[in-house]
Design a protein around this ligand. Structure first.
Ligand code: NAD
Length: 245
C-alpha cells in the first residue's frame, strides 16, 4: 500500500494532529457498527429505538438486556491493528488529540491516553436521576442506584441527549488548531461530532478520511483513503514514522 508522498510529509511534519473515530474503527475487533449489516438476535430492533431515554423509560428491561448483550461483545473485543497504530502515533506527534464516538474503551486499551469519549463508556453505569453519579456496571438485570433507588443506566450519550460540554470544547479546540485531521470509520452524519472535520477544514487542516464507504465528507477530504481502518492505519503509520525511533 502506497500513500501520496505529500500526505506522508504533511503527517510527519505535523506537530498537532486531531483524530475522530467512529464505530467502523472497532468493526474489525468484532464490535458491530450501528448501520452495518444486522445478523444478531437484535436484528429486528433499530439502535435508534433502543438507545434513547424514551425507550429506557418505556421498557428498561429491554434496553438493559440490549446493553448487556453489547457489553458481552465489547468485553471479549481486543484492540485491532488500527487501534494499535494510533497508539504508536501518540509517541511521534507532539500533540495528538484522539476523539472517539465509540463507547467501547478500545483506544485506551490500545495505549492511547487522554482519549475524549464523546459518547461516554458502555462499561460504566450511572444513576438515571443523578447526572454526577457514575457507578461501575453490574451484570444483574436492571439494577438500582444504591443511594436513591432509581434505575441505573449505561453512562453513554443516547440519541437526543447532549454531549458533555467539556469534551466537546476540547475536541473543537483541537479541530481548530490541528494541522492534520483524521476522520476514521464514521458515517459523519451525527452532529455535533460530524462538525469537527468541517471545523478543521475551515481552519486550514489537511483532512484525511479512512472509511470502507463514501460519506458526505469524502468529497471534501484532501486524502480520502478507501478501506478498512485496521488495514490502512498500520501502513500509514509505518510509512510516516517507520524510520524514526
Ligand atoms: P455508524 O455505524 O453510523 O457508521 C460506521 C461507519 O464506519 C460507516 O461510515 C462505515 O462505512 C464505516 N466502517 C465500517 N467498517 C469499517 C472499517 N473496518 N474501517 C473503516 N470504516 C468502516 O457509526 P458512527 O458514525 O460511529 O455513529 C453511530 C454511533 O453509535 C456512534 O456515535 C457510537 O456512539 C455508537 N456506536 C459505538 C460502537 C462502539 O463503541 N464500538 C459501536 C456501534 C455504535
Amino acid at each position: 500500500m502506497k500513500f501520496a508522498p505529500e500526505l506522508i510529509s504533511r503527517l510527519r511534519s505535523a506537530r498537532d494532529v486531531a483524530v475522530l473515530t467512529g464505530s467502523g474503527m472497532s468493526a474489525d475487533s468484532g464490535v458491530p457498527t450501528f448501520r452495518g449489516p444486522r445478523n444478531s438476535l437484535w436484528e429486528n430492533y433499530a439502535p435508534e429505538e433502543l438507545a434513547t431515554e424514551g425507550a429506557f423509560k418505556r421498557n428498561p428491561q429491554l434496553v438493559w438486556t440490549w446493553y448487556e448483550w453489547r457489553r458481552e461483545i465489547i468485553r471479549a473485543a481486543r484492540p485491532n491493528a488500527g487501534h494499535l497504530a494510533l497508539a504508536r502515533m501518540q509517541n511521534h506527534v507532539l500533540r495528538l488529540t484522539l476523539v472517539t464516538q465509540n463507547v467501547d474503551g478500545l483506544h485506551t486499551a490500545a495505549g492511547n491516553t487522554g482519549v475524549i469519549e464523546l459518547h461516554g463508556n458502555i462499561m460504566r453505569n450511572r444513576c438515571s436521576r443523578d447526572e454526577t453519579h457514575p457507578q461501575m456496571a453490574e451484570s444483574s438485570s436492571t439494577p438500582r442506584c444504591s443511594s436513591c433507588g432509581a434505575h441505573l443506566r449505561p453512562d453513554v450519550v443516547w440519541f437526543g441527549e447532549h454531549l458533555h460540554t467539556a469534551g466537546l470544547e476540547t475536541a473543537s479546540a483541537a479541530a481548530k488548531r490541528c494541522e492534520v485531521f483524521l476522520c476514521i470509520g464514521t458515517s459523519a452524519l451525527i452532529n455535533p461530532a460530524a462538525l469537527l472535520p468541517v471545523i478543521a477544514l475551515e481552519h486550514g487542516a489537511a483532512l484525511v478520511e479512512i472509511n470502507i464507504s463514501d460519506t458526505p465528507l469524502t468529497q471534501f477530504a484532501h486524502y480520502p483513503l478507501k478501506g478498512s481502518a485496521s488495514r490502512i492505519l498500520p501502513h500509514l503509520i509505518e510509512q510516516t514514522y517507520g524510520d524514526q525511533q
